[in-house]
Structures are given as C-alpha cells and as structure tokens.
Ligand binder design. Structure first.
Ligand code: NAP
Length: 483
C-alpha cells in the first residue's frame, strides 16, 4: 500500500527555540520528511528563531548538520536537502527582549497562514505570546503550538492557559502531546469507531479489565535534573497514559471533529474515582552490577521521586463500573514496550474441561515497538484424546499489513502537518489538561504529605513486586513486559 500525500497550503512556520535539541532532533527532520514526501509546497517557509546570533547561512548550516545526524542517509539525497534548506530563514530574537520582533514581522507574508511553534521552556510561552500579539505579528488565523510539559500541577497549568488565552483564542492553541501523533494511538480510534465488531463488547459486561503499560529500558541519566523534579506521574501518567486511557474508555464521539473527540476525553478524566493509597505503587530502580541506580542518575542520594508507578483506576460511569484500568510505566525496565491489553471476561458457562493456565480472550494493541494488534483466542488443541483447549494469538503487525513505509512517519511530522492544516483533534484542549492535573494533584500531595518513599526495583525487571501484587490480589496478572 502506498501512503497518500495531500500537499498542504503554503505556510509561514516560525520555530522559536530552532537551535535547540527538540527542533534539531525532531521538528526539522520531521518537516524535511514531509518535504521529501511532497507534502510541503515549494513556497512554504520555515523561519527559525532563537537567542543565538546566527545569520541565515549559519542557521542553514546548523540544520544541515542536524539532518545529516538524524535522518538516514538513503532518505536525504543532497538535492532534496539543498531544496529544503533553501526554504529556511532565521531571525535572531531574545524572547524576553525587544529586538528582532519587527524583523520577524517584516519577514512574514500577509496572505499566508502563520504558525508559531514554541519549542522553548514554558516560562517563555507568556513573553512570546504577548509580543506576537501586541506587536501585530500574530493575526486572527495564526496558530500557536506549545510543547510539553504543560504545567507542573493544576495551578501552573492554569497560569499557562491564562497567559496564552490572554493573547490567543483556544481555537488557535495547539498543546502537543506527541503520543497522540503516533500512528498506533490514532489507530485506537479507528479500531473502536470504524468497526462494529468491538463496540458491543466494549463495556464492563464483557471486559474484565484493561492494562496500559509504557515501559522504557533507559534510565534518566542525562536528564536527571529535569526528571527528578517531575517523576513518572507527572512525566508520563498525567499526560501520555491518561490520553491512552481516554481513547480506550471514551464514549463514541458524534463526529470525528476536534471538540467532539475532546469533549468525550474530558468526560473520562472527570469520571475517575479518587485512587486509594493501596491501589498505587511507586518505585525507584536500584543499581545492578555496573548499571547505576536512580540516585546516581539524578545525583541526589535522598531523592524520593518515582521512576516507576503503577495504579488501579476506576472510571465511575455506566459503561465501566466494575472494570478496573491498571496503568504502569517505568524506566530501566525489562524492555521498551508500550501496549494496551483489553482482557475479556470468561464465557458465562464453560462446557469444556478446565484449561490450566488459561488467560482468556484479550485484545492486545502494541503501540511500540512492532506496532500491531493481537487477538488472543481459545481453540481446540489439535489431535485426538478429547476436547482439550489451548490459546493462540491472531497477530497483525501494521508493517506487514500496510508496508513499513506507512508506519514510519514520526509523531512530530504528523502533528506539525495537522497544525498547518488547522486540525486540533490530536492536541489537548485547555480544560483537558487542567482536568488531568486536577486528578493528579491530590494523589501527588497525598504521598508527599505522607512522606512516602518509593520501593526499589531491579534494573531490567517488570517493576517492583508490589506492582505485581496490585493485580495478584485481584486474581489477575500483568501481561509480561515486552512479551
Ligand atoms: P534546548 O535544547 O535547551 O533548547 C532551547 C531553545 O530555546 C534553544 O533554541 C534556545 O536558543 C532557545 N531559547 C532559550 N532561551 C531563549 C530566549 N530567552 N529567547 C529565545 N530563545 C531562547 O531545549 P529542547 O530540548 O529543545 O526543549 C524545548 C522545549 O521542548 C522545552 O519546553 C522542552 O521541555 C520541550 N520538549 C523537549 C523534548 C526533547 O526531546 N528535547 C521533548 C519533549 C518536549 P539558544 O540556544 O540560541 O540560546
């Protein structure tokens, strides 16, 4: 199957923080990929901006290096690189100062949609939004994109929303959660709402429980300073895992339109019951052989920040009452693996002999790596000797089914193109972010007030024993990490 490419209209995209890590590693390589695919028109322009006092040639040189570093050689023929770099411009601006804004305004075209991508620290969102607005650089149809983290708690998220909403309308604001740009995450919606097969079963009558696992093999070395202030709850659960949970638990929206989808997601967050302390496990990886433990990675021997968290959630609504959602995420685990497992209830009356070790029907959605879907079914074990049962997986890997090229588009390139097209479906609305913080805040304060310390777990494991017990005590089991 060949990916269809629909070119977007000409645009002016200004990237603040264009010399930074994210811009060089993700945003510009993503844009180059869309350019190579023919989606970016020849009269689209990308205007980098940062504090570094570069001229246009120096900025192009910087991005040339970045593309050589982050794009595979066979994907960057020199003539394509040259043509792409030709579309780059640069304006040197310190976002907290007064210089450079007029030059930026003069650089932008009047008849072209303007997008401002703030790939900078959140402390600069307000100063940049204010200057774009008061200096007449942003127009009514301009868009502003902001990176994560969107707040550290409810109060800071509200403050960021207020700062942006003073100068831009909600319709103009695109809050990125790159998880939502992943092909497989979007496929959750296609799977649920483009098939009639699953919907009749998608409720507590038929689903026993849901597991969401986002496991990483790497530790936090290199970004320990940031991570130690954040922890797994703020860095992963409040945003990424909560988004996955919403897509699994939400009601079908009336249409595939930004607010219709986001309305339903907010309702899921608002329906979450408070989490009791016994349904929550926080862990921290400990040193093993020559692999340093968390404390060495963050250079704070007393840190009580969690590098792992697992919890049992209840969505208190008609559809999900009685079906728990178990979430877990952690660093330095056995494998890098993100997946959602929907475990179905057993048939009400089993007419066959009991099968030892039966796990039951499950739909496993692999988000990464090896993106695809597995349906675990029970069939007859072959051969004579009576009716013995066994379980087999009906497995579909997207790369095999659709061609690996279709799946190779990075989340960033998809999301940037969505902004250019003006499609907010895969971006978090202000009230959605605030609802997620309003849910997370009391949990975090409760363990902080109790002086709770995370339990240790081994590098390369599935997390602490206590996290396994979270399911065992309910008579359930986690699907092994990276199985
Ligand atoms: P970074 O490497 O530290 O780059 C920061 C960028 O901001 C640089 O281009 C820097 O310009 C610019 N900058 C800093 N102060 C400025 C000012 N006063 N005026 C104008 N420009 C200024 O950071 P990053 O890793 O790219 O991250 C950028 C944002 O994305 C952050 O909010 C981060 O949390 C978020 N994010 C990053 C990643 C990632 O993988 N890196 C992932 C998700 C989210 P100069 O270098 O020229 O001073």
């Amino acid at each position: 199957m060949v990916a269809r490419v629909i070119p977007v209209a000409p645009f002016d995209l200004v990237i603040f923080g264009a010399t930074g890590d994210l811009a060089r590693r993700k945003i510009l390589p993503g844009l180059f990929s869309r350019f190579r695919a023919g989606q970016m028109p020849a009269d689209a322009r990308i205007i980098g901006s940062a504090r570094s006092n570069f001229d246009k040639a120096e900025f192009r040189e910087l991005i040339h290096h970045a593309l050589k570093e982050f794009v595979d050689k066979e994907l960057r023929p020199q003539e394509k690189l040259d043509a792409f770099l030709d579309q780059l411009d640069y304006v040197h601006i310190d976002a907290t100062g007064d210089a450079g804004w007029q030059e930026l305004k003069d650089t932008l075209r009047d008849d072209t949609t303007r997008t401002f991508y703030l790939s900078v620290s959140p402390s600069l969102f307000g100063p940049i939004a204010e200057r774009l607005s008061t200096r007449g650089i942003a127009t009514e149809d301009s868009r502003i994109v902001v990176e994560k983290p969107f707040g550290h708690d409810l109060a800071s998220a509200k403050a960021l929303n207020a700062e942006l909403l003073e100068y831009f309308t909600e319709r103009q604001i695109y809050r990125i959660d790159h998880y939502l740009g992943k092909e497989t995450v979007q496929n959750l919606m296609a799977l649920r709402f483009a098939n009639s097969l699953f919907e009749p079963l998608w409720n507590s009558t038929h689903i026993d429980h849901v597991q969401i696992t986002v496991a990483e093999k790497l530790g936090v070395a290199g970004r320990g300073g940031y991570y130690d202030q954040s922890g797994a709850m703020r860095d992963m659960v409040q945003n990424h895992l909560m988004q996955l949970m919403c897509l699994i638990a939400m009601e079908p929206p009336s249409k595939f339109a930004p607010n219709a989808v986001r309305d339903e997601k907010v309702k899921v967050i608002e329906a979450l019951d408070p989490v009791s302390p016994q349904d929550l496990v926080r862990g921290q990886y400990r040193a093993w052989r020559d692999v340093p433990g968390y404390h060495a990675d963050v250079e704070n021997p007393d840190s009580t920040t969690e590098s792992f968290i697992a919890m049992k959630l209840a969505v208190a609504n008609w559809r999900w009452a009685g079906t728990p959602f178990y979430l877990r995420t952690g660093k330095r685990m056995r494998a890098r693996s993100s997946e959602i497992t929907v475990v179905f209830r057993d048939p009400p009356h089993m007419i066959f002999p009991k099968m030892e070790g039966r796990k039951g029907n499950a739909l496993i959605i692999r988000l990464q790596p090896d993106e695809g879907i597995t349906l675990r079914t029970t069939i007859k074990e072959p051969g004579p000797g009576g009716m013995r049962l066994t379980e087999v997986d009906m497995d579909m890997t997207f790369a095999d089914a659709l061609g690996s090229d279709l799946n190779s588009q990075d989340a960033y390139e998809r999301l940037v193109m969505d902004v250019i097209r003006g499609d907010q479906t895969l971006f978090m609305r202000g009230d959605e972010v605030e609802a997620a913080w309003a849910w997370a805040d009391p949990l975090i304060s409760a363990w902080q007030e109790a002086g709770h310390k995370p339990v240790p777990y081994d590098v390369g494991s599935s997390g602490p024993e206590e996290a396994l017990m979270l399911l065992h005590k309910d008579g359930r089991r986690w699907r092994p990490v990276g199985d």
